[in-house]
Write a protein that binds this ligand. Structure first.
Ligand code: AMP
Length: 251
């Protein structure tokens, strides 16, 4: 069985983001970019499934500008067997990404597609669900545990829901999106970083995949959240109660 993992290049989680002066989006010039953390978890889980002897190949796919190759190299250094870079200088909304991933899945024919539950740049949390719908495959989102049966006919997935954990059984092929507590992704070792340089990355275009890009959504404006007022340190419980009662009027 082959596993396809979608890995997105995003602004590193530790970077304090800045909005562009013209409010058209977030400034990504001279900013550290990394693999989306939920995609790292998706890749780690795929590698563990392969290491358990339940998959033969892990293929990482990234859609975006030429720098996505760096993200794919990181994935190859973690252990993915090969990469697919769908080259485009435009940034796409989830439906277009989902259509592209569906076309890649049609070509690659994987038994499982893993995605992060969300990308930390746009926080959309839509792509996995849309890929599953377009492929007509079952989906298990927000996975915190994934177990494949030995015949690779189905996967048992624990999902994190508001009230606790829900356990689903999905027939394969399926789409799984990963939550934070699924695993702790590995670091790439130096020898593996070197080995990754010779692993293949196939380039594809939207024309190759016959995906038509059209969007019904227009981003009107991106603004920073309002500045929060700084807090105060109180010296006693009495002072706290006084402030809550007479200043904040909450008790
Ligand atoms: P989103 O629906 O945008 O929050 O993204 C959810 C997941 O979809 C991400 O964690 C990735 O696995 C995948 N994804 C989104 N955009 C891309 C992209 N440009 N390239 C590869 N994977 C992507």
């Amino acid at each position: 069985m082959k596993i396809l993992v979608a890995v997105k290049r995003v602004v590193d989680y530790a970077v304090k983001i800045r909005v562009k002066p013209d409010k058209t989006g977030v400034d990504t010039q001279n900013v550290k970019m990394s693999m989306n953390p939920f995609c790292e978890i998706a890749l780690e889980e795929s590698l563990r499934i392969k290491e358990a002897g339940l998959a033969k190949e892990v293929v990482a796919v990234s859609i975006g500008p030429s720098q996505c190759v760096d993200t794919l190299r990181t994935g190859l250094a973690m252990g993915a067997d090969r990469g697919i870079h769908v080259q485009s200088d435009s940034s796409f909304l989830p439906l277009t990404i989902a259509k592209i991933l569906k076309s890649v899945a049609d070509v690659e024919n994987p038994g499982l597609v893993f995605l992060g539950k969300q990308a930390i740049d746009d926080d959309c949390n839509q792509t996995g669900q849309m890929v599953a719908a377009l492929l007509g495959w079952p989906q298990a989102t927000f996975a915190s545990k994934v177990v494949l049966d030995k015949d690779k006919k189905f996967a048992t997935v624990d999902r994190e829901v508001d009230g606790g954990l829900e356990t689903l059984c999905v027939d394969l092929p399926a789409v799984i999106t990963t939550d934070l507590r699924l695993n702790q992704p590995r670091y790439a070792t130096l020898p593996n970083i070197m080995k990754a340089k010779s692993k293949p990355i196939k380039k594809m275009t939207l024309e190759d995949l016959k995906v038509e890009v059209k969007s019904d959504i227009e981003i009107v404006e991106v603004t920073e959240p309002p500045k929060r007022k700084s807090g105060v340190i109180v010296s006693s419980v009495d002072e706290l109660i006084d402030k809550l009662k007479n200043e904040a009027h909450v008790i």
